[in-house]
Design a protein around this ligand. Sequence first.
Ligand code: SAH
Length: 253
Amino acid sequence: MVHFVGAGPGATDLITIRGLKLIQNADIIIYAGSLVNPELLKEAGPECRIYNSAHMTLKEVIEVMEDGEKAFLTTVRLHTGDPSLYGAIREQMDELKKRNISFDICPGVSSFSGAAAALQAEYTLPGVSQSVIISRAKGRTEVPEKEELKALAAHQATMVLFLSSALVQDVKQELLEGGYAPDTPAAVVYKATWPEEKVLRTTLDKLPEEMAAAGIRKTALIVVGGVLGESYEKSRLYDASFTTEFRKGKSEP
Ligand code: SAH
């Protein structure tokens, strides 16, 4: 059996209880060495075999899983954040299916949640934005044309960009062309929830120079949108006059 496990964004106590137990009981762990906190590996048993996938190809990863399966061993494939986002798990799952190796997925706290916590932000504010666009700038990995940042910018929703910090000039350019105002609030969270976390608050216009000044080029998320600004409307949920399934609204005195 193979378990894909979300390691969380960095802080070791942000893995789920289920994920931690899977690590503790694993015979083999293959971890994404570029971003998974190595401290988590200390939870593995003394006999556990540990591989860093940063040095491996897909074929080699699958071979380790396959050999483990033949020996009736349990493998944990440890991915950063939540495996469903930019985790390249689909290609692994498809190879496992071809080989009749069963697997499951243990979700994790994504770095976009870690970044919101670092920013003390709510991504969905009434009167500002009720949607979060998770995307990336086009780099070595192509982005479908329909999803170019310029096109997504038309929504003026909260935008959280992964894998884009080295491409921040393009990000600024495309979002401006797409319709965001230059003074739209923007932020960068470097290594959210790690001890070395850095938070930078600025505007879309100044984003590239501020990031360059702070020396941030990787392991960061770019957040853009009015939710990082000052104005919003209060939610209906806690409005005294609003009746919900759980509370009868009363008219205010
Ligand atoms: N599955 C992961 C994302 C993997 S892609 C998740 O759910 O978070 C790798 C990218 O995620 C990095 O380039 C960076 O943009 C972002 N990232 C991962 N961990 C991060 C962290 N702790 N702080 C900020 N960004 C992070």
